[in-house]
Design a protein around this ligand. Structure first.
Ligand code: HEC
Length: 99
């Protein structure tokens, strides 16, 4: 009986993560950091990063670069230069991978 409940929750959980627009906690956090006042990425790359502007759109950017290359490029305008929290940058890069 108890095992049945466990199996049921596993099925519900697996179903939940299969939705296309479902983001991981890191991706969700990255989206917030991306648009934040501190990072200002959205000022040049558009409100969600998909639009672009002064800087390029990030649609499909994770197919163009490896995670390490994106970490390097994502830091190009970090305020002050090079001083971004690597965990916040990693979250931004995770988020860019969803575009
Ligand atoms: C002042 C405007 C400006 C800001 C702010 C800015 N960018 Fe950019 N970004 C650009 C421009 C212009 C380019 C293209 C030229 C270059 O690579 O420098 C670019 C390129 C990039 C690229 C490489 C994209 C590609 O397809 O080659 C990444 C990744 C990137 N930016 C991430 C970020 C992140 C993350 C932030 C916030 C921490 C940010 N940018 C803030 C203007 C900006």
């Amino acid at each position: 009986m108890k095992l049945g409940v466990v199996f049921m929750s596993m099925i519900i959980f697996a179903g939940g993560v299969s939705f296309a627009d479902e983001k991981s906690p890191s991706e969700k956090y990255g989206k917030v950091v991306f648009a934040s006042e501190k990072f200002k990425c959205s000022q040049c790359h558009g409100p969600t990063g998909a639009e672009g502007g002064q800087g390029p759109s990030f649609k499909g950017v994770s197919k163009k670069y490896t995670h390490a290359q994106l970490m390097e490029r994502a830091a190009h305008k970090c305020p002050p230069a090079g001083a971004c929290d690597p965990r916040q940058l990693a979250a931004i890069v995770d988020y860019l991978g969803t575009l």
